[in-house]
Design a protein around this ligand. Structure first.
Ligand SMILES: Cc1cc2nc3c(=O)[nH]c(=O)nc-3n(C[C@H](O)[C@H](O)[C@H](O)COP(=O)(O)O)c2cc1C
Length: 157
């Protein structure tokens, strides 16, 4: 059984991280896509998006035909919005059940990322969180460290 990366990316940083992981591993990927585009720009992007995240908003997301039972491990990657996971991930984790699944959590932030992993874990109380990483999107060396650590945990040297 294989590993599935599930990610959401609004402005491309997480997508870039996923591409780098794909260059090194034979993992499948699923991008969470909202049914409507997030249309806010500039300061409103942060105000509306932050408000949505803080209030547990669940935007409608596109359906997937991925069968999660085909995977034994998952890597969930989200940008941080207002100190938590992005609302699209809230929708995904509300819609699908990952109880007893092995999951690695990764967050990507612009600046601070203190509490986001904890909030992510709280949304997945029945899952087995095997590792977690917090990446700053302007620090490429942190991406390299994640890839090295994943290689170690997958027995690749
Ligand atoms: C609505 C919104 C809220 C954000 N809130 C935070 C935050 O609280 N802390 C932080 O460090 N970065 C914050 N960011 C920055 C993103 O987490 C960061 O740039 C991330 O790498 C973006 O990933 P993406 O380009 O894949 O969407 C926020 C970005 C957006 C759009």
């Amino acid at each position: 059984m294989s590993t599935l990366i599930v990610y959401y990316s609004l402005t491309g940083h997480v997508k870039n991280l996923v591409k780098k992981i794909e260059d090194n591993f034979d993992f499948d990927t699923l991008e969470i896509k909202t049914k409507s585009d997030f249309q806010y720009k500039g300061p409103l992007k942060f105000i509306v998006g932050g408000f949505q995240s803080l209030n547990g908003y669940c935007p409608a997301i596109q359906d997937t035909n991925v069968n999660f039972n085909n995977y034994s491990k998952f890597i969930f990657i989200t940008p941080i919005w207002a100190g938590g996971y992005a609302p699209a991930f809230n929708s995904f984790l509300t819609k699908y059940d990952f109880a007893n699944k092995e999951i690695i959590l990764i967050t990507s932030s612009g600046a601070s990322n203190d509490s986001a992993i904890e909030k992510f874990k709280q949304k997945l109380p029945m899952s087995k969180i095997t590792n977690s990483f917090s990446i700053h999107d302007k620090k490429n060396e942190e991406i390299d460290l994640v890839i090295e650590s994943l290689k170690n945990s997958y027995g690749m040297f």
